[in-house]
Design a protein around this ligand. Structure first.
Ligand code: CP
Ligand code: NVA
Length: 321
């Protein structure tokens, strides 16, 4: 640990990994977001930032089995800004006919401190994390969850609102990885979540039970099929692609089913005045969101993208320091 790191008061996380927002306690989630806000303020200090040497001598592997712009670039830059070294690991090492993922993990733990993995089933992340004793595993998106996105999303909302407690956030579209992690983080911080999906595309059944278990300050999760009812009076409206990575063959079928769930000016008119528009990006203008809403004055999508950097740097410090 660099001398300057000793000036940073970060609680040691109970979990060695970030596979899910549910790996964090309420206090750890709040502390991560507070550190993320601080790292954002201190970024202009560059090498004079108190965290510039936080990861000196540490190696972080980056292994993506799906495309990525934001997550890959922000983890790479973020680790380097903390003094760490980044090793790009090609995705083909994860092919089952090469070696079991557990063996990949047991090799990696001999060389790197942490591995940031974007993959398909969440189970693959669990296999990697269970196969090792020392390696830190960070979920850079799985089919089921996208915790790093949710950290940046809640950082963005805290910047605008101060406190998210009692606010209403509506997710419209597919009950997917982004929606699941958003629900986890939002209710842990006391915000009400509404999720409107077409029939057959609801959040996984277990998410309601998870939300009920971790909800704080009276936060609720309400699921429905009517997007207008879900958006009525909401303080923020969030959507994501209708066809996630790996589902491309379903694009035409999904486009027909999801069209009534497009976030456009008519739908936003049901939200609270000044309601924020949110999207994890990449966005498909004309599908899940119209150009005017994405580019509108209350859209915070590029703030969310920027905050990926700060939130993930905070996570790296919390996990590795
Ligand atoms: N939002 C997000 O995770 O973007 P990338 O797929 O570009 O990493
Ligand atoms: N739900 C999308 C998110 C992309 C960042 C996907 O999984 O492709």
């Amino acid at each position: 640990m660099g001398a300057s790191m000793r000036t940073i008061d970060t609680p040691r996380l109970g979990s060695r990994h970030l596979l899910s927002i549910l790996d964090l306690t309420h206090d750890e989630l709040r502390a991560t977001l507070a550190l993320a806000a601080r790292l954002k303020t201190e970024r202009p200090l560059g090498l004079r930032a108190p965290t510039a040497h936080a990861l000196d001598g540490r190696h972080i592997g980056v292994l993506f089995e799906k495309p990525s712009l934001r997550t890959r670039v922000t983890f790479t830059i973020g680790a380097r800004e903390l003094g760490g070294d980044v090793v790009d690991i090609p995705a083909d090492v994860m092919h089952a006919d090469r070696e079991p993922v557990q063996d990949v993990a047991r090799n990696l733990e001999r060389w790197v401190d942490a591995v940031v993995i974007r993959t398909f089933a969440q189970e693959r992340l669990e296999l990697v994390s269970r196969a090792t004793r020392d390696l830190h595993v960070i979920n850079a998106l799985s089919d089921e969850e996208h915790p790093c996105q949710a950290l940046a999303d809640l950082q963005t909302l805290q910047e605008v609102w101060g406190d998210v407690r009692g606010r209403t956030i509506t997710f419209v579209g597919d009950g997917n990885n982004v929606a699941t992690s958003l629900v986890h983080a939002a209710v842990m911080l006391g915000a009400h979540m509404r999720v409107a999906t077409p029939e057959g595309f609801e959040l996984p059944a277990e998410v309601a039970a998870q939300a009920a278990r971790v909800a704080a300050d009276g936060a609720t999760l309400t699921t429905m099929h009517d997007p207008r009812e879900a958006v009525a009076g909401a303080d923020a409206v969030y959507t994501d692609v209708w066809t996630s990575m790996g589902q491309e063959v379903e694009y035409a079928e999904r486009k027909a089913v999801f069209f009534p769930y497009q976030v456009n000016a008519a739908l936003m008119a049901h939200a609270a005045p000044g309601a924020l528009f949110m999207h994890c990006l990449p966005a498909h203008r004309g599908d899940e969101v119209t150009h005017d809403v994405l580019e509108g004055p209350t859209s915070v999508v590029f703030d969310q993208a920027e905050n990926r950097l700060h939130a993930q740097k905070a996570m790296l410090v919390m996990l590795l320091s």
